[in-house]
Write a protein that binds this ligand. Structure first.
Ligand code: DGL
Length: 266
């Protein structure tokens, strides 16, 4: 497949980064996009920081080999880690989702901000640092939601699905007790489950972190191209397509299989 020189690379552990891709398509339809879902290694949120840093470098290397000129880490787990300790000499300039999401949350006027995220993101506190840099008086409350990513990856987003219902009822109430005025969906998979989450959050503004990052990238980089797409996954291409179709309600082209470990070695 042809390389997309000047393209924007978007990566995530799986389907979640498609939320950033959809925003990019809407805001900057001419951008050439290379999407990589690291589905052979999903979930990222239960992994340790050193391993996540290796994955981040390998994924960027893969996108660079395919012709990307810049990248969005459309993954809260990687972004919040890199926002605290950026990669040394990354293969590509990389934009995370934490800064843009923090700015959007603070921009609502909220001073009590909730963050729904993976266990790794809750642990590394990247969102806390970004929010308090913008608004030192802000209070930030976290809830780790380890059950959400496997459900989204399986194509489950029906709010009536018993496992999703159970997960939402487990993760949301402790956060809502803190009376957040805005909630960051700090993992890019979570907007795919928005309907189920909104049943409990009601009219509290929900910040879609991947969307905010794509908007920020479009404003800053103004990517040009001819709207070309390249989809890559490290796991099962059919499984990715089937789950994406269920969640997004649209047909996806079959992605190519790619090995990010090999990209780094090559
Ligand atoms: N969508 C990613 C995130 O934003 C990864 C979640 C995971 O793989 O656990 O954190």
């Amino acid at each position: 497949m042809a390389e997309l020189a000047g393209a924007v690379g978007i990566f995530d552990s799986g389907l979640g980064g498609l939320t950033a891709l959809l925003a990019m398509e809407e805001l900057c339809p001419e951008a050439d996009i290379i999407y990589f879902g690291d589905t052979a290694r999903v979930p990222y949120g239960s992994r340790e920081d050193p391993e996540l840093r290796v994955f981040a470098r390998q994924n960027l290397q893969l996108l660079q080999c395919r012709g990307a000129a810049g990248a969005i880490a459309a993954c809260g787990t990687i972004s919040s880690l890199l926002s605290r300790a950026p990669l040394e000499r990354p293969p590509l300039p990389v934009t995370g989702i934490t800064r843009a999401a923090a700015a959007a949350a603070v921009g609502t006027g909220a001073r009590r901000i909730g963050v729904l995220a993976t266990a790794a993101t809750v642990r590394n506190r990247g969102f806390l640092a970004e929010i308090q840099q913008l608004e030192p008086g802000a209070r930030v409350f976290f809830s780790a939601c380890p059950g959400f990513v496997p459900l989204a990856e399986a194509g489950v987003n029906d709010p009536e699905h018993p496992e999703l219902k159970r997960a939402v009822e487990q993760y949301l109430p402790p956060l809502l007790e803190q009376r957040p005025e805005a909630i960051i969906l700090g993992c890019t998979h979570y907007p795919l489950l928005r309907e189920a989450i909104e049943r409990l959050t009601g009219d509290i503004p929900l910040i879609d972190a991947g969307r905010e990052a794509a908007a920020e990238y479009c404003r800053r980089v103004k990517p040009r191209g001819s709207g070309r797409r390249q989809y890559l996954v490290s796991g099962d291409p059919q499984g990715f397509c089937a789950a994406a179709e269920k969640l997004l309600g649209r047909r996806m082209p079959l992605p190519e299989r790619a090995d990010p470990g090999k990209a780094e070695r090559g």
